[in-house]
Design a binder for this molecule. Structure first.
Ligand SMILES: Nc1nc2c(ncn2[C@@H]2O[C@H](COP(=O)(O)OP(=O)(O)OP(=O)(O)O)[C@@H](O)[C@H]2O)c(=O)[nH]1
Ligand SMILES: [Mg+2]
Length: 207
């Protein structure tokens, strides 16, 4: 798959603002600072499509991006300790509502390739299993490891998320490593959506 153009669509602060998609909607989630916005920019081939920041907890809304054949939603990162409790509750509600609306075809669950999953990562993954939402684990910041260590590290991430090695893609938004693999995965998601847009979730689960 080739990305011709990617553009920002809209931001939603609550369910009233959610986009009703007419193409596959892929949600990008993961803890604060894991590299969600950078990952989206890497896929888009545009440095400043999604706002990135060294300061965690920056993305506080659901931001939608149109990639032509599919939509991506950049979700607020979870697990940032220095966020006031009221704000945390608001995010949790936003994420709950987002998944409850049933529009998500697939999730890219981002995890730093160097780290053990946090309690919040585990909650996220349990949620995906529990709701039978198809997902791919994206192991971010692979450039921070020596090349020879990436494969082993991705394997560890797979085990930690109780999924197969084939369901983990190591990426780097700096070197663009993994971009083609991710786009191939997206191609598959789009194909399944074309075949059965309504039953996407069930089909994936059986497969
Ligand atoms: N070395 C390296 N740094 C990265 C990579 N991806 C992101 N970063 C850095 O990690 C920090 C966080 O990146 P973001 O893309 O803003 O992370 P995010 O998950 O969107 O963060 P929130 O929106 O706060 O949840 C920034 O300083 C990025 O430059 C990567 O592949 N390699
Ligand atoms: Mg972000």
């Amino acid at each position: 798959m080739v990305i011709k153009e990617a553009r920002f669509v809209t931001s939603a602060s609550d369910r009233k603002g959610f986009v009703v998609p007419d193409k596959p909607l892929i949600a990008v989630c993961g803890k604060s600072n894991v590299g969600k916005s950078s990952f989206i920019n890497m896929l888009a081939g545009r440095a400043k499509l999604a706002r990135t920041s060294a300061e965690p907890g920056r993305t506080r809304l659901v931001n939608y991006f149109d990639f032509g054949e599919f939509l991506l939603a950049d979700l607020p990162g979870y697990g940032y300790a220095r966020v006031p409790k009221g704000e945390k509750l608001r995010w949790a509600k936003l994420l709950d509502d987002f998944f409850a609306c049933g529009a998500v075809a697939h999730v890219f669950a981002l995890a730093d390739i160097r780290h053990e999953p946090t309690a919040d990562d585990k909650t996220m993954i349990e949620f995906l299993y529990g709701t039978r939402t198809p997902f791919t684990v994206i192991a971010t910041k692979a450039d921070k490891l020596a090349k020879t260590r990436v494969k082993d590290a991705a394997r560890r991430v797979a085990a930690a998320f109780r999924t197969g090695e084939g369901n983990v893609i190591a990426v780097s938004s700096l070197t663009k490593r993994g971009r083609e693999e991710v786009l191939a995965a997206v191609e598959g998601i789009c194909e399944r959506f074309r075949e059965a847009p309504e039953e996407e979730a069930e089909e994936e689960e059986l497969g």
